[in-house]
Ligand binder design. Structure first.
Ligand code: ARG
Length: 586
C-alpha cells in the first residue's frame, strides 16, 4: 500500500514553506488554499498576513512568489493577482504522475488511513419488535450505513449498534395473547420475512381487540408486564418468540436494501436491562437525579416546556419501571467503558433530539461521558411524499417500506429495459435491483441529512440530473470503453500535455481522499455524493472534448484510457462507501 500525498497538500506545503522563508513569523500561517476557476488553485492567506505584518499585500505576495520553485515537478506557474492573491497552476506532469500513483495503489486509491483513529459506535437501523418498519427507519439505516462506510475508509474503527425497540409495557398485551393462543406465531425458522410480519400484524390486531374490549384480559396483560420485568422464564420465552419472528422480518428488509447487518450488533433496549437499576442508583447517589412524585428524574435549567415548566428526563417511573431513557443511559456506560468508544454517533430522527440532549447532558453530569468522548445525534429530517406532505398512501395510510422498495425496483426495471436491449430478463431484474435500491439510497444521501427530503420515484430513477442512475450509467459507459479498448491497456504518460478537460478531471480525482475525510468528519454523506456527481459531470465533459480510442497518438490513447480507468475506480469506490452498487453493464 503506497499512500499518495494529494496535489492540494503538496501545494499547501510548498506555500507554507515559502511563507516561512519570506517571514519567519509566518511559520504555521494558513495560506488559505482553494480550488479556483482562474487557475488551478488560489491562495488568499497573504492578505491576513500582510495586515498583521503591516506590509503591502501585493509586495508581500511578490516576495512569497520569489520563494516558490516553479517547474515540472509541481507548481508550473504562480502569479500575484488582485489585492494580493496567488494564482497557482500545477504542472501537467505532476497531475499525471500523482494519478498514476493512485491507480497503482489499488483499492485505497492512494488515500492513507488516519493515524489518530478512534472508535465510533454508530447507533443506526433500529426498528421496533412486532412492528412494521417505516420510512424513518429507512433513513436511519441508509445514512448510518453510509457514514460507517466513510468512517471505516478513513481508518476509524466503527462498531454498529442496532438499538431495536424490544422492551416495554406493550409486550404485556402481546405475550398474554400468545400465552392464551399458543401457536399463533409460526416458529421463526419456518417463515420468510413477509410471513413473519403478517403473523406479527395478525397477533397484534387480535390482541389489541381483546385488550380494548376485555377488562379482565387487560388486567392479565398488566400482570404479564410485571412477570416480564421480573424475568419470569415462561414469559421471557414467549417474548423471545416475538423478537425472533421480528428479526426474520428485519433481515428480509435489510437484504432487500442490500445492506449487511450483523447479528452481534443487534443489541436492543432489553440488552441493558440488567444495568438499569445500577444506572438509577448511581444517578441518585450522585445527586444527578432526584425523586419527584415517586419517579426518579433529572432536571435541566435550559430545557423548559409549556408554561415555562421544566421538562425532566424520567429515569425511573413511579411504579418502578425503567424506560427508554434508562436504557440509553445504560447503553452509554457500556459503549464508553466496555467498547472504549471515543465517539458515540446516533443516527436518529430529529424528533428525538430533545431526548438525546437530555440523555447526553445527564451522562456528562454523571461523568460517564468525559471530555474525551464526543456524543452526537445525527438528527435526520422527515421523509415527505412527492407533494411535499408527510409520506402517506393515497388512502392516507402509512406506506409499507417493502412496498416502497419493490416499487423503486420495478420502476428501475422499466428504465433498464428501455435502455439495454441486449440483456436477458434475469439480467434486467438483477440490474433493476441495483439501480432501484441505489436510487432510493442516493436520493436520501444526496440531501443534507438534517433536511426533510421528498421521496419522489420519478425523480429518483431519472437518467438526467443528480441521481444514482446517472452515476451508474457513467460508470458502465467507462467500463464499456475499457472493454472496447481490447488489447490496448491504460497507461500513464506524464510527459504528455493535458487538455483543459483532462486537467479538471485529474485535479478532481486527486481530491477524492480529502473529500471522503471531510464528509466523514462532518457526518455529511451529501458532500461525497456531490463530489461523485461532479466527477461524472467532469468525465462527461472530458469525453465530449477528448477522443479516447481515436486520440491522435498511441500514447494519448493509453493515457486517456488511464484517466477513464481511474475515474471508474473512483466512482466505484465512492459509491460503494455510500452503499450503492455500480453494475458493469446497464
Ligand atoms: N427504536 C427507536 C425508534 O424506532 C429508535 C432507537 C434509536 N436509538 C437509541 N439509542 N435510542 O424510534
Amino acid at each position: 500500500m503506497a499512500s499518495v500525498t494529494s496535489l492540494t497538500d503538496s501545494v499547501q506545503q510548498q506555500l507554507a514553506s515559502a511563507l516561512t522563508a519570506t517571514r519567519p513569523e509566518a511559520a504555521g500561517a494558513d495560506p488559505l488554499l482553494r480550488r479556483s476557476d482562474r487557475a488551478d488553485y488560489q491562495a488568499n492567506g497573504i492578505l491576513a498576513l500582510a495586515k498583521k505584518a503591516k506590509a503591502n499585500p501585493r509586495e508581500l505576495a511578490a516576495e512569497v512568489v520569489a520563494h516558490i520553485t516553479t517547474g515540472d515537478e509541481l507548481i508550473k506557474d504562480v502569479e500575484v493577482s488582485g489585492p494580493g492573491f496567488l494564482n497557482i497552476t500545477v504542472a501537467d506532469r505532476a497531475i499525471t504522475a500523482n494519478l498514476a500513483a493512485r491507480l497503482a495503489d489499488g483499492e485505497r486509491l492512494g488515500v492513507p488511513p488516519k493515524t489518530d483513529a478512534g472508535v465510533t459506535v454508530v447507533d443506526y437501523a433500529q426498528p421496533n419488535v412486532a412492528k412494521e418498519m417505516h420510512v424513518g427507519h429507512l433513513r436511519s439505516a441508509v445514512i448510518g450505513d453510509a457514514l460507517r462506510g466513510m468512517l471505516d475508509f478513513t481508518g476509524e474503527k466503527t462498531i454498529g449498534r442496532h438499538h431495536i425497540g424490544d422492551w416495554g409495557t406493550q409486550f404485556g398485551m402481546l405475550i398474554q395473547y400468545l400465552f392464551e393462543h399458543p401457536g399463533e406465531l409460526a416458529p421463526a425458522e419456518d417463515v420468510d420475512g413477509e410471513q413473519a410480519m403478517s403473523n406479527l400484524n395478525r397477533v397484534y390486531k387480535a390482541s389489541r381487540a381483546v385488550f380494548d374490549t376485555d377488562e379482565e384480559f387487560k388486567e392479565r396483560a398488566r400482570k404479564r408486564v410485571v412477570a416480564l420485568q421480573s424475568g419470569d422464564k415462561e414469559t421471557l420465552e414467549l417474548w423471545q418468540q416475538f423478537v425472533d419472528e421480528s428479526k426474520v422480518y428485519f433481515y428480509s428488509v435489510f437484504e432487500k436494501l442490500d445492506m449487511e447487518i450483523r447479528d452481534d450488533e443487534i443489541v436492543g433496549e432489553s440488552a441493558y436491562n440488567e444495568g438499569m437499576p445500577e444506572t438509577a442508583r448511581l444517578l441518585e447517589e450522585m445527586g444527578v437525579a432526584v425523586r419527584s412524585e415517586g419517579a426518579l428524574v433529572v432536571f435541566f435549567d435550559e430545557i423548559r416546556g409549556k408554561d415555562d415548566q421544566p421538562v425532566p428526563l424520567i429515569v425511573q417511573k413511579a411504579d418502578g419501571g425503567f424506560g427508554y431513557a434508562a436504557s440509553d443511559l445504560t447503553a452509554i456506560r457500556n459503549r464508553v467503558q466496555d467498547l472504549h468508544a471515543s465517539t458515540l454517533l446516533y443516527v436518529v430522527d430529529v424528533r428525538q433530539s430533545l431526548h438525546f440532549r437530555m440523555v447526553f447532558e445527564t451522562a456528562r453530569r454523571a461523568g460517564w461521558l468525559g471530555d474525551e468522548v464526543t456524543a452526537h445525534n445525527m438528527a435526520y429530517g422527515t421523509v415527505l411524499g412527492a407533494d411535499g406532505k408527510p409520506f402517506k398512501t393515497r388512502a392516507g395510510e402509512t406506506v409499507r417500506l417493502e412496498d416502497l422498495l419493490d416499487e423503486a425496483v420495478q420502476r428501475a426495471a422499466e428504465v433498464v429495459r428501455e435502455k439495454a436491449r441486449d440483456l436477458t430478463e434475469d439480467e434486467i431484474q438483477e440490474r433493476a435491483a441495483q439501480v432501484g435500491i441505489g436510487a432510493v439510497k442516493y436520493a436520501d444521501l444526496s440531501t443534507s441529512p438534517s433536511r426533510d427530503y421528498k421521496f419522489d420515484l420519478d425523480q429518483m430513477v431519472s437518467l438526467n440530473g443528480d441521481t444514482s442512475v446517472y452515476l451508474q450509467y457513467a460508470y458502465a459507459r467507462i467500463r464499456s470503453i475499457l472493454r472496447k479498448a481490447g488489447e490496448v491497456r491504460p497507461a500513464a504518460h506524464p510527459e504528455l500535455a493535458l487538455h483543459e478537460a483532462e486537467r479538471a478531471l485529474g485535479l478532481h480525482l486527486d481530491a477524492f481522499g480529502d473529500t471522503v475525510f471531510e464528509a466523514a468528519a462532518e457526518y455529511a454523506p451529501h458532500k461525497l455524493a456531490a463530489y461523485l456527481y461532479q466527477l461524472a459531470s467532469l468525465y462527461t465533459t472530458f469525453y465530449d472534448k477528448c477522443p479516447v480510442l481515436k486520440a491522435e497518438t498511441p500514447e494519448q490513447v493509453e493515457n486517456r484510457l488511464f484517466l477513464c480507468d481511474l475515474t471508474a475506480r473512483t466512482l466505484h469506490r465512492g459509491m460503494a462507501l455510500l452503499g450503492i452498487r455500480t453494475p458493469e453493464r446497464l
